[in-house]
Design a binder for this molecule. Structure first.
Ligand code: OGA
Ligand code: MN
Length: 293
């Protein structure tokens, strides 16, 4: 079988089928997935429930795995692999955590538009999120196409943004929700802020990207307030409804997205109901196999 694609939105996102993610992928299937991500940015695989080991093995074929915020620690671990990120509201016994728990706050911060791990360098590429248990309502994940957002940016803003750089900080989203936060100096020092240009070229597709998102906390060389307003304006622009795809989860879905060309956010749900998803994220590496165009 080979990879089949069915577009889910006029601009980006496609449903992918025809390959079995639980088995090692031959080089031509990896190349086909990479090429599909370069084009569609978000791929939805339905009906492919993977156990933890299978998801890790599948993801590793696309580059080394990056544990992201797990590096700052402080959590009781539910996942068997250090690179598997627990996107749930559950304690180790599978019960919903109290609403003031740090993990719940992190989950709420995931409801702000972001690109995974944009607060670290070197960059990451793909995230892969699988659905294990879903709440009775809400809890969708929305994506925004940052290539379309760039293309639609007025020329005046394109000119202004080219050459500007933003500082991205790991805990900015949490601090946006909580104000002052109680992370230790050691935790704060684990993930120092990094700088990314606001305008980037996506390596796989050559397309221009407006690299916005909640991890960006200031613009270099600009007053704090003016920089924040520009970041908020760009984020508002990039996440307009016409640039969005909303994924309605089913158990057994696995969604792969490219963090270099999209933003995403979770949507609200009843925090007293279990919601259990698992994520991996890849370091950006040149992949050995590229599809011939
Ligand atoms: C993530 C994330 C959103 C969601 O896993 O990186 O942001 O819907 N998830 O849980
Ligand atoms: Mn995320």
């Amino acid at each position: 079988m080979s990879l089949s694609l069915r577009p889910l939105h006029p601009l980006f996102a496609a449903e992918a089928s025809g390959i079995d993610l639980a088995r090692p992928l031959p080089p031509e299937q990896i190349a086909a997935v990479v090429a599909a991500l370069d084009r569609h940015a978000v791929l939805v695989f339905r009906g492919q429930p993977l156990d933890q080991e299978q998801q890790v093995a599948m993801a590793k074929q696309f580059g080394p795995l990056n544990p992201g915020l797990k590096k700052i620690g402080g959590r009781v671990e539910r996942m068997r692999d250090a690179a598997l990120i627990d996107i749930s509201n559950l304690d180790p016994e599978g019960r919903p955590l109290p609403r003031d728990n740090k993990k719940i706050i992190s989950g709420l911060a995931n409801q702000l538009w972001h690109s995974d791990s944009s607060f670290q360098a070197p960059a990451v590429s793909y995230s892969m999120l699988s659905a294990v248990t879903l709440p009775s309502w809400g809890g969708q994940t929305e994506y925004a196409d940052l290539r379309a957002a760039w293309d639609a940016l007025p020329l005046r803003l394109q000119r202004q943004v080219k050459g500007l750089e933003a500082e991205h900080f790991a805990l900015h989203s949490r601090m946006t929700l909580l104000g002052d936060d109680d992370y230790s100096a050691e935790q704060l020092a684990t993930l120092p802020a990094v700088v990314w240009p606001l305008h980037r070229i996506h390596p796989g597709s050559g397309r221009d990207v407006l690299f916005a998102g909640i991890h960006a906390r200031r613009i270099l060389g600009m007053g704090v307030a003016e920089g924040k307003m520009l970041l908020l304006d760009l984020l508002e622009h990039a996440t307009q409804p016409q640039f969005r795809y909303r994924h309605e989860w089913q158990v057994g879905d696995l969604v792969i997205w490219d963090n270099r060309s999209t933003l995403h956010r979770g949507r609200a749900y009843d925090l007293s109901e279990p919601r259990d998803l698992r994520r991996t994220t890849n370091d950006e590496v040149p992949l050995p196999v590229r599809a011939v165009a």
